[in-house]
Design a protein around this ligand. Structure first.
Ligand code: PMP
Length: 386
């Protein structure tokens, strides 16, 4: 059967494709955006999971917007104004898909930083959006480029990951946040603020959400994949009620609603008195891993390789001397370390700097040491000037 024209254009996700090879025995994976599975807060959910059997009502069909008590919690926790709502989604990935289906016609312009989150490139690609890239700097998007793009091209959406960006780890400065909010309001561009890594800050100061400066011009996507567990598939999108209502309508046709028992378990987990200390432990663990990883990279990488320090999240973005980073990633897998080449984070045909996204949260400190050694060997073989 012939595929839709839209799907014919979409490349399968390199990351999901190599996930099986990356999990083969002996391979150290720096490829996926995986949280550490040994630190899932399962103990904090045990009582809640056991009590589900006493609560058959949770297993009935539920409201599309989500489990009522969880929505009430979000309203107070996110300090939503009266005219805003939340919609619980099957991961924040679903929120992206719902937004594209509700708001993006083929050829509509969607602005993204380059490089960008692969899952968003796929969603907006599938919606046949015209993806317009702006370059990313150390403290966020290039503002002159962004303003010129807003002024000249009248895009509909600006999709952004301002906290510990995937793939680059970049966090926007306060000044950039305020300016982007002002530009979105001035040019009537809707900001899609995607913040799955926000709580994973291990150094520096938590900065306000960009949407806090333009609440009526934004939709905010939060995820529990990184601070609870990704397998629960729990995310939430919030914004003006008139913008959330169409998403509810699309979700009705997508999956009726996200799992109610899982939403009840999520609520018990995030209101558990020990949940804040669980997040604190994750921050400490990831910081330790990051610091030793960065030290190893600094000490062992050949000349011409570069990475900027990160203040949180899960990724280091390594730029490389001239090379074919796809071939390099393949050679690395043969050398039993899995990495993702930079080209997968750019839209097709875009000029790219060769590089790799390296995840530091899923391997132990000892594994990270070996991973760097294996990777450096391959970089020396594959990169011209190394
Ligand atoms: N946005 C970004 C930037 C991500 O990195 C991810 C997952 N890696 C998602 C959204 C999707 O997360 P979820 O598991 O909540 O669907």
């Amino acid at each position: 059967m012939e595929l839709t024209h839209a799907l014919q254009q979409i490349q399968p996700s390199y990351i999901r494709e190599i996930l099986r090879d990356a999990q083969a025995p002996g391979v150290i994976s720096l490829a996926g955006g995986l949280p550490d599975g040994d630190h899932f807060p399962i103990a904090l959910m045990e009582k809640s999971l056991a009590s589900l059997a006493q609560n058959p009502a949770l297993f009935q069909y539920g409201q599309t917007a989500g489990y009522g008590p969880l929505l009430d919690y979000f309203r107070s926790q996110f300090k939503l104004p009266e005219h805003h709502e939340s919609l619980v989604c099957t991961g924040s990935q679903q929120a992206l898909d719902l937004i594209a289906r509700a708001y993006v016609n083929p050829s509509d312009k969607v602005v993204m930083e380059a490089p960008s989150y692969l899952g968003a490139l796929q969603v907006f690609g599938l919606a046949q959006a015209n993806i317009v890239s702006v370059s990313q700097q150390a403290d966020g998007p290039n503002l002159a480029e962004l303003e010129a793009c807003f002024a000249e091209q009248s895009p509909k959406l600006f999709y952004a990951v301002p906290d510990f960006h995937n793939p680059t780890g970049v966090t926007w400065s306060l000044e950039v946040r305020q300016k982007v909010a002002q530009l979105c309001q001035q040019y009537k561009v809707t900001l899609i603020e995607d913040v799955p890594y926000r709580e994973l800050r291990f150094t520096g100061e938590m900065l306000p959400l960009v949407s806090s400066f333009c609440p009526d011009q934004a939709l905010v996507l939060r995820s529990y994949s990184k601070i609870a567990t990704p397998g629960m598939r729990m995310g939430v999108v919030s914004g003006k009620s008139e913008w959330i209502a169409p998403l509810v309508k699309v979700k009705q046709s997508a999956d009726l609603h996200s799992s109610i028992p899982m939403q009840a378990v999520l609520l018990d987990l995030i209101t558990h008195p020990d949940f804040p200390s669980h997040i604190e432990k994750l921050r400490v663990l990831y910081q330790e891993r990051y610091l030793s990883f960065a030290e190893q990279l600094q000490a062992k990488l050949p000349q011409g390789c570069h990475f900027n320090p990160v203040e949180g999240g899960m990724f280091v973005w390594l730029t490389l001397p001239e090379c074919d980073d796809f071939a390099l990633a393949k050679a690395a897998l043969t050398n039993k370390v899995a990495v993702v080449p930079s080209s997968v984070f750019y839209k097709k045909g875009e000029r790219i700097t060769p590089g790799l996204r390296l995840n530091f949260t899923n391997a132990t400190a000892e594994e990270l040491v070996s991973a760097v050694e294996r990777l450096v060997d391959v970089i020396k073989q594959e990169c011209k000037t190394a």
